[in-house]
Design a protein around this ligand. Structure first.
Ligand code: ZN
Length: 497
């Protein structure tokens, strides 16, 4: 079944979009939220479990203090109020990957609430209001075996791995974001990208979207233009890259608009995002007030962070993102447009790390926004998920700077590193990419070029130095682009002097 979509411009002529984003951040604490098991997902299935995270009768949970600290720091960085006193709550529902049959979460008493984050898109600032950031635990993971799709339908049997059950999560929920209009898809993407940047700066999570450390659910509704009334929303689950956040918003806007303008109604439901086809499909119907029978968790004491502690944690926050961007722009000497493009591409942190590894600011920007942005578009992955590190980018630039390779050869080094052929130096060696600047080899190639182009050689002898370009080109061709062009020019002029 294919959805009917309305052209994006037509959507904007008739409707105002409202966004809502729910982002789950998996904390990088050493142990789980309520027990001492290692908070490491993966490895031998069901090896990192104990009676508490398996929900066995009589097992008692204890709150992980480090996770509370991370939650407060995230809340402070998002300009939230921090609760003086709050409780955990049981969210009751049955699911095979949830051994207790309830998830320990927070309900009406989140630890952080009423915050905001300013998001920059194309030089404009959108204030995203944060409703809450609360603590909860992750579930286990089901594996459906035997089917073609990995989904439960068509599978022969299912396995459950509880290693992830109980890993601490912070769920950050925005208030409805209205007024973004045509920029709604970009605002959604920029919010998640900037939130990730903040989480990385706080050092509280690995924050890899492709690894599921950071998971975004995207809510979208449309209101008839100018009405100010929020429409029925859909919630697209677990969108796992910045790029997909933008695409999912755009897709849902176009799908909603086609249904509404055809006289239909939007079903309030969760949707699944399909990375490969770029569409969403129906998940399950969801009412506004699902009855999870929340009640305060009786086995855990309330969390009551002292104001002294909160103030102390405030002192550990990283630089405010807006201040940081202005500082970096000044340090790097970027124009407003260069800075905007860098932020927009989600490359700010990558460029910063590349510069810290020794590359010049313009060189770092050039590679991330040029060669690597092109690759990330072609491969449909975010820049940060490309298999290359800022240190490797800086190393390739160092090879250009010391004239081991030229710009053109450097592109082949990038290609090799991205293809998993090893470090930049290993790729240069294995592919034989180093520029030849040895006079013996260059001299022979220059002689050949002169012999093959006597008329050009005559012009140079007569003083038309500009003609040397044709000979340099011939030498480069002969040496498959690996000649040191500067030295070749010198040799040509010496020989024809
Ligand atoms: Zn455990």
């Amino acid at each position: 079944m294919t959805d009917t979509l309305m052209p994006f411009d037509d959507v904007l002529a008739a409707f105002d979009p409202a966004l809502g984003l729910e982002v789950h951040v998996e904390l990088n604490t050493a142990s789980k939220m309520f027990c001492g098991c290692p908070a490491v997902f993966g490895g031998e299935p069901n090896a990192g479990v104990c009676p508490t995270c398996l929900g066995l009768p009589g097992a008692m949970p204890v709150v992980n203090g480090k996770a509370v600290e991370s939650a407060i720091r995230i809340g402070l960085a998002l300009n939230c109020d921090i609760a003086e006193w709050c409780r955990f709550a049981r969210k009751n529902y049955f699911y095979p990957d949830m051994p207790k049959n309830f998830q320990t979460s927070q309900y009406d008493e989140p630890i952080c609430f009423d915050g905001w984050m300013d998001v920059d898109v194309d030089g404009e600032t959108y204030r995203v209001e944060i409703e809450r950031a609360h603590m909860e635990e992750d579930t286990g993971k089901s594996l459906h075996v035997g089917g073609a799709t990995g989904r439960i339908h068509g599978a022969d049997y299912s396995l459950v791995d509880y290693n992830r059950a109980g890993i601490p999560l912070i769920e950050i929920v925005t208030r409805p974001i209205t007024g973004a209009g045509e920029k709604a898809p970009e605002v959604a993407k920029a919010y998640v990208a900037q939130l990730r940047e903040l989480i990385v700066a706080l050092g509280v999570s690995e924050a890899r979207m492709d690894q599921g450390n950071l998971r975004a659910d995207v809510n979208l509704s449309l209101a008839p233009k100018g009405s100010g009334v929020l429409g029925t929303r859909t919630e697209t689950k677990n969108v796992n890259s910045f790029r997909s956040v933008e695409r999912a918003v755009r897709y849902e806007m176009q799908r909603h608009a086609a249904i509404l303008s055809g006289g239909g109604t939007i079903l309030q439901e969760t949707r699944h995002w399909h990375e490969d086809t770029g569409i969403t499909t129906s998940g399950r119907e969801k009412s506004d007030a699902e009855d999870y029978r929340y009640f305060p968790e009786p086995d855990l004491v309330p969390v009551a962070p002292s104001r002294e502690w909160v103030d102390e944690l405030r002192g550990t926050l990283p630089e405010n993102p807006t201040v940081r961007r202005s500082r970096l722009q000044a340090e790097w000497g970027f124009s407003d447009l260069e800075m905007r493009d860098t932020v927009g591409a989600g490359a700010l942190g990558l460029v910063e790390e590349t510069i810290a590894e020794g590359a010049a600011p313009q060189a770092a920007r050039k590679w991330w926004l040029g060669e690597l942005a092109r690759r990330s578009n072609e491969d449909g992955v975010d820049l940060v998920d490309l298999p290359i590190t800022p240190a490797q980018v800086a190393r390739i630039q160092a090879l250009v700077d010391d004239r081991t390779v030229n710009d053109k050869l450097a592109r082949q080094v990038f290609e090799g590193v991205l293809a998993g052929e090893g470090s930049p130096d290993e790729v240069v060696a294995a592919r034989g990419l180093a520029v030849v600047s040895d006079d013996g080899a260059l001299g022979a190639a220059v002689d050949t070029a002169i012999a093959a182009n006597p008329d050009v050689a005559d012009k140079i002898r007569e003083g038309k130095v500009a003609a040397a370009g044709a000979l340099i080109g011939a030498v480069m061709k002969e040496m498959r682009g690996q000649a040191d062009a500067g030295r070749v020019r010198e040799l040509i002029l010496e020989k024809l002097a």
